[in-house]
Ligand binder design. Structure first.
Ligand code: 13P
Ligand code: SF4
Length: 301
């Protein structure tokens, strides 16, 4: 049996659902039941009712799946796959901020740990952040955490002042304005799409900034034939597979998230064989972290 066949057999045996983020390895995406962005994966986890979820993505995403589907066994095939940006806002630091700013609404990007989510008012993803923030009254003070780039890009677009936490994504910060200038010269007809986690100077030069799900939707519906993609390069696998007649050029080929790439097919197989490693969260964390996540799910992209 091939490793894929073994995974399929065990998946059937355990009635497991494999969820994978758009940045995971191509072979992991290909074995998954559903591939998507953070918001789409959260919605899938909330509605799936599967006894076992194998979550191929970084830890905060698997934690979100557990919070939304607490009755399921949520397997995270490589427990070392974390998001460094999520670790930049500790629950203690956020609690301290809230104590000294009781009138500020704390809006957290979903890229936060479950423990930090217990301290915030509402969560968002890059897919619905704009809509969510534009729905908050102008007079309300907001702290946006942990991604200062995302907060600043949304704030500029909505002309909205927000206090920003000093966090960033080490992968997206590798994309620089000069990359856009250089690749545009090589492909003058191409549309430039970037992720809103990129530096504001990069987003200003791009044609559009979208979540990974937003980018996939845009390229599918667009009449353009060529696209320059400014995000983690794992997304190119799905883009090319779903749009075989269109051309995709990475803005910078070294833009890889080492943590997303940690999850291998072997890890997925072992997780299904052992029904481990599991995401385990205490009752209080499950209850409190669910509140801002449920608010996030009320807002469509
Ligand atoms: P998306 O929600 O756009 O998939 O982004 C998740 C992420 O971690 C981007 O770095
Ligand atoms: Fe975190 Fe950046 Fe990796 Fe996304 S790409 S999971 S924000 S480190």
């Amino acid at each position: 049996m091939t490793i894929e066949e073994e995974i399929r057999q065990l998946k059937k045996e355990h009635q497991a659902l494999i969820l994978a983020h758009n940045y995971t390895r191509p072979e992991v995406q290909d074995i998954a039941d559903f591939v998507g962005d953070s918001l789409e994966l959260s919605r899938k986890a909330a509605e799936c009712h599967a006894p076992v979820i194998v979550f191929c993505g970084v830890r905060f995403m698997a934690e979100t799946a557990k919070i939304l589907s607490p009755g399921s066994i949520v397997l995270h095939p490589n427990p070392h796959s974390g998001c460094p940006m999520a670790d930049m806002a500790s629950p203690e630091a956020v609690a301290k901020y809230k104590d000294s700013h009781p009138d500020t609404l704390v809006v957290a990007y979903v890229n936060t740990t479950a423990a930090t989510k217990t301290q915030v008012d509402i969560c968002c993803t890059s897919g619905n952040a704009e809509k969510l923030i534009s729905g908050i009254g102008k007079e309300q003070k907001i702290l946006f955490l942990p991604d200062a780039n995302l907060g600043s890009n949304i704030g500029r677009k909505l002309k909205r002042e927000m206090e920003l936490w000093a966090g960033w994504c080490p992968t997206h910060n590798k994309i620089l304005p000069e990359h856009i200038i250089r690749v545009r010269e090589l492909h003058p007809e191409a549309v430039v799409l970037v992720h809103p986690e990129c530096l504001p100077a990069v987003v200003r030069l791009a044609d559009h900034a979208f979540s990974t799900g937003g980018m996939l939707k845009f390229v599918k519906e667009s009449d353009c034939r060529e696209f320059i993609i400014g995000t983690e390069c794992g997304i190119l696998h799905r883009m090319r597979k779903e749009n075989p007649t269109k051309q995709f050029y990475p803005l910078e080929p070294n833009v890889l998230c080492p943590n997303m790439k940690k999850i291998t097919l072997e890890d997925v197989l072992m997780a299904l064989q052992d029904l481990a490693p599991r995401i385990e969260l205490d009752e209080e964390t499950l209850r409190r972290a669910r509140i801002p996540i449920d608010r996030m799910l009320e807002v469509q992209p």
